[in-house]
Structures are given as C-alpha cells and as structure tokens.
Design a protein around this ligand. Structure first.
Ligand code: FES
Length: 98
C-alpha cells in the first residue's frame, strides 16, 4: 500500500473587514496593510503621529469588534484599538464610527 502525503489546504489569507458605519463603507484590509493605511488609501483622514502604536493618536473605540480571541469579544464595551498597528491577525472585523 502506498501512502500519499497529503498537504493541508492553504489557509485563506487573513483580512480585517472594516465597516465605517456613518459613511456606509466597508473596507477589506489585506494582511500587508494596517487599518490606518487602508483608511488613508481610501481617503479617510484619521489622526496619527507615531504610527507605531505608542502615542495613542489613532486610537478609536470600535462600535463592534470580532477577533479570534473569545475573551476580547465578550467584553461589554470593546476596548480601544490603535489603528496604526491593527492588522489582520487576531482582529477579523471592526466597526468604526467613521
Ligand atoms: S499613531 Fe501613534 S499610536 Fe497610532
């Protein structure tokens, strides 16, 4: 009997879906970009300074957040996120009041 080595199917690329509730816009942020960069590319002006997650200038409290972490999702009020360092990874969907 011959065994064939089965390769796992590649994971779909992780993205962050960002819904801008007031604007009625939805962005798909690729894994190579931060949410801040995606917003700027699409013409949204968001305050920023350090662009390294340090100063807090780009911090927004999302209306909703979906993550791969159940503990983070189940908080009654979503914690603020720093858009300059938010990338596809643990955050999968973000609803912002923009
Ligand atoms: S720009 Fe400084 S924390 Fe995002």
């Amino acid at each position: 009997m011959k065994w064939k080595r089965r390769r796992g199917r590649p994971e779909p690329p992780r993205v962050v879906i960002v819904e801008l509730r007031r604007s009625g816009v939805e962005l798909v942020v690729p894994p190579t970009s931060t949410v801040l960069e995606a917003l700027e590319r699409n013409g949204f002006a968001v305050a920023s300074m350090c662009r390294a997650g340090v100063c807090g200038a780009c911090e927004h409290r999302p209306l909703e957040i979906e993550t791969t972490s159940v503990a983070r999702e189940n908080r009654p009020v979503p914690e603020p996120v720093r858009l300059c360092v938010t990338t596809a990874g643990t955050v999968t969907r973000l609803v912002l009041d923009l």
